[in-house]
Every structure is written in C-alpha cells, then in structure tokens.
Design a protein. Structure first.
Length: 316
C-alpha cells in the first residue's frame, strides 16, 4: 500500500466481505471464507493498516476477525448501533454494502475504537454452548407457560417436550462444567466469581465467556463495556435523569439476575440498595446501581485474584 497510514472498514455478510480503504476510497470484495480472508491478509502484508473495523453481526464476523487478528493486524469489532449513529451524524443516510464499508473506514479513522484480542477457539465454543443453554431455558419457560392451556394429546406432547428440554439442559450443564474444569484459568476465574453471594454457576458462565475483559480494564471502562455507566442528560441549567445505554445485553441481563439475588443474600449489595432507596431513589434505579457496583467489585476481584470478602461493616 502506498499510503503510510490508512484505515479499513469491512462490511460483513454471510458470503462475502466488502473492504473499504480510507483515504484511498478503494472498495473491493473477498469471500467470507478461509480462502478469501487469507487472500485479504496477503494483500495487506505489504503495508498493514492502522486499524480495521467491522461490526458484530451475530457471528458472521468471527472467522474474519479471528484470522485477521491472528495475523497481527489491528482489528476492532464494534456495536452496529454506534456505527449507524456515526453515519447519521456525518449525513450518510443511504445504505449499501459498499457505503457501509466506507462508513466503517471513516469510523475507524475518526473514532479509533479500542482493539481487543479475539477470544480463542475454546472460548468461542464455550460461548456458543452458553448461548445454546439460554435458548433451552427460554424454550423450557415457553413450553411451561403453554402447558396450562393445553388439553389431551397436545398437553401430553408439550409435557414430553418439557421433560426432554429439562434432560438436555442437565446434559449441557454437565458439558459446560466439564469443559471449564479442564481449563485451569477458567476454573480459577469461575471460583472467584462464584465466591460472591448472588453469583451462581449460570451467571458466572455468562460472565466468563461474555466479559473476558474482566480484570483487564478500569472500573469506568468495564461499566461502559457492559452498558452500566450512567450517561448525563444535561443542557445549560437543566439537569436530566442519568440513564444507561448500549453495551452487552446478555451480560447485563445476567448481572440483573445477580443483583436481584444479591439484594437478599449479599450484605454489601443489600445495604447499598437499602441506602439508595431510603434516600428516595426509585427501586429500578437502585437495582441498576447495584448491578454497576457488582461489576466493579467483580472486576477488582479478578484483577487482584482475590476471592470475595465481605467487609465487617457490611458496606463497601
């Protein structure tokens, strides 16, 4: 490449990758396959870009991000909503694969999102199993809700399916536990997470695979990554309500459940919640604050390798 410093945006689809170079303005296409991505890597070896950016697209980006990252290229996988907001802010309302790739290249140059190491193959596989477990739980809940309105053979059919789903869920839990035990680093982190009152097996697995940055970032950065950092809504003398936005929905949902349990059994979180409510905070706001406090505590624990220790005064 002739340009000493340039940025790349990659629009990902199931069959191909649209690759845009900035400031050159060049756009080309390769297959979203090992062969196509290898060709892209070879093409970039003469002069690697400052940064490559692609959107999280439900897993279609994993192969490209993993191969590009493994080849030593700087790759950032970003939230699609961030990119769409950026496009609107720059007046780019039209959409096509080529336009999206160019917008991503512009986003890379202007925003310079943080590059994070891609999860290795074991972590991605574990992540897939955790996702499948959540799907089984959702199906099981839906079938149980249907059961009361079913009669005769339909009732029997739903009951059989419920039993099958329950059995499959147990088998999957066993598989997850076995995989974690085989990896000392995962097992050590799981033990740390489970030492916190309110964090059980299912939640710790979600945190393990859905938030691998635990212990590597600051308290503010980890909160923002999950989507629990309060955002200001101020203008002039007006002071609006703080709110949370974006982040990793599945991790946030797990922390919500953890905060609900911790609000009863964790002395630190319980005291914190009660103090906020006594000061007039809405219960939903207080619970969100507890989620924020939990992820900050977990981040500090993993960073220092220290298991949970409740303070004598019950408040942190």
């Amino acid at each position: 490449m002739s340009c000493a410093s340039y940025w790349i945006g990659i629009d990902v689809s199931k069959g191909c990758l649209d690759v845009a170079l900035r400031p050159q303005g060049e756009v080309f296409q390769v297959a979203n396959s090992e062969e196509g991505i290898t060709h892209l890597i070879q093409r970039l070896q003469a002069g690697p870009p400052a940064l490559m950016v692609m959107e999280a697209t439900g897993g279609m980006e994993v192969l490209a991000a993993a191969m590009l990252s493994a080849s030593g290229l700087a790759v950032a996988v970003v939230n699609p909503r961030q990119v769409r907001d950026f496009a609107k802010a720059t007046g780019q309302l039209a959409k096509s694969d080529k336009i999206d790739a160019l917008v991503l290249a512009h986003f890379a140059e202007a925003i310079r999102p943080q590059v994070r190491a891609m999860a290795d193959e074991q972590t991605r596989e574990l992540n897939g199993l955790v996702t499948r477990r959540q799907q089984l739980v959702e199906m099981l809940t839906a079938e149980r809700n249907r059961l009361g309105s079913m009669k005769g053979k339909a009732h029997q059919d739903v009951q059989v399916h419920i039993e099958w789903l329950g059995k499959r869920l147990q088998e999957l839990d066993g598989d997850l536990e076995q995989r974690i035990r085989k990896t000392p680093v995962w097992q050590e982190r799981m033990n740390l997470l489970r030492s916190v009152p309110g964090i059980g097996n299912a939640i710790s697995r979600v945190l393990l695979v859905g938030l691998p940055e635990l212990g590597q970032l600051s308290a503010r950065a980890i909160s923002a990554l999950v989507g629990l950092a309060p955002l200001n809504r101020d203008s002039g003398k007006m002071r609006g309500k703080r709110s949370i936005l974006g982040g990793r929905a599945r991790v946030r949902a797990a922390l919500y459940m953890a905060a609900l349990v911790a609000n009863r059994y964790n002395p630190v979180i319980k005291a914190f919640y009660e103090r906020l409510v006594s000061k007039g905070k809405a219960k939903k706001v207080a619970l969100t604050a507890c989620m924020h406090k939990l992820v900050v505590i977990l981040n500090a624990m993993v960073k220092t390798g220290t298991a949970w220790q409740a303070p004598l005064g019950a408040e942190a």
